[in-house]
Write a protein that binds this ligand. Structure first.
Ligand SMILES: Nc1ncnc2c1ncn2[C@@H]1O[C@H](COP(=O)(O)OP(=O)(O)OP(=O)(O)O)[C@@H](O)[C@H]1O
Length: 259
């Protein structure tokens, strides 16, 4: 079976990425990948590269076996969707209108949204606890509500591969868990997700696989249980950590660096 996304000999076009290693990575249906690394390591750049928004320094990306660069923007958007780290709201629109943008790749140029498109957007808003706000202007939303709307728009788009840049940004504890469980349930239905995360404990709990990205461009990747190696994580973050087990989960706590 084809991987949803494959990279061959990939290197990101970042000046700090001086390592000669290349990324030969394969993302299969049913996998939930976490990208871990310190600020500036290149997690966002990697996600943008996987989405076809930034060319790599070298290498090739295959989306369901097709070279990504040869696919049109619409063909890409039918197969993958990207949640940006920050949302840009330049035009006035309601919550429902914004969720419906997710249907645009599925419509021809002058085609209006159908009742099915509307139902998909409403279902996505419902899953993100936003249906009561459907007619609200997006400029009036709180940070967490706006983040949940971005996720609802992505669910309305319904791509096979979800690329998520810090999906728990701005979310309270309850919504962090509900959003990650929602992503997990999408993956269990045969999609795949790749998400940049800063919370090691959420990554340990919700990801099946991890990619550790170092500031010089070195990377290692594999199944979560192999990658959650304390010394490797301490080197990655340049931060001593304590490791506990609770209810079968690994819990990482940063140690004080003040002696
Ligand atoms: N357009 C740009 N011009 C110059 N430098 C850039 C540009 N975009 C990204 N960078 C630099 O590339 C590096 C990687 O940025 P990126 O946003 O991918 O990191 P990140 O791992 O996602 O970081 P964070 O955890 O802080 O979100 C950073 O040092 C950043 O300053």
């Amino acid at each position: 079976m084809n991987a949803l996304l494959q990279t061959h000999q990939l290197q990101l076009a970042l000046p700090a990425h001086t390592a000669t290693n290349t990324l030969d990575w394969s993302i299969q249906r049913g996998e939930c990948w976490g990208i871990l690394g310190p600020n500036g390591a290149g997690k966002t750049t990697l996600l943008h590269c996987l989405a076809g928004l930034r060319p790599p320094r070298q290498g090739e990306l295959l989306l369901q076996g097709q070279p990504l660069q040869r696919l049109s923007v619409r063909q890409r958007a039918l197969q993958l969707g990207l949640l940006f780290q920050q949302q840009q709201d330049e035009f006035p629109a309601t919550v429902l209108e914004t969720a419906l943008i997710g249907r645009h790749p599925h419509l021809s140029l002058w085609q209006n949204e159908s009742p099915t498109d509307l139902a998909l957007a409403q279902q996505a808003l419902q899953r993100l606890d936003l249906l009561p706000l459907a007619e609200r202007r997006i400029q009036t939303l709180s940070g967490g509500e706006r983040q949940r709307l971005a996720l609802a728009t992505l669910l309305t788009q319904d791509p096979q591969l979800l690329l998520l840049d810090e999906p728990t940004n701005h979310l309270d504890l309850h919504h962090q868990i509900s959003v990650l469980e929602l992503i997990q349930s999408e993956v269990q239905q045969g999609k795949a997700a790749v998400m940049a995360l800063h919370d090691l404990n959420l990554a340990a709990r919700y990801c099946s696989h991890l990619l550790l990205l170092y500031p010089d461009g070195q990377a290692c990747w594999g199944e979560k249980d192999i990658m959650l190696h304390l010394p490797a994580l301490e080197t990655l973050y340049q931060q001593p950590l304590l490791l506990f087990q609770a209810e079968g989960q690994s819990i990482f706590i940063p140690r004080s660096t003040n002696g």
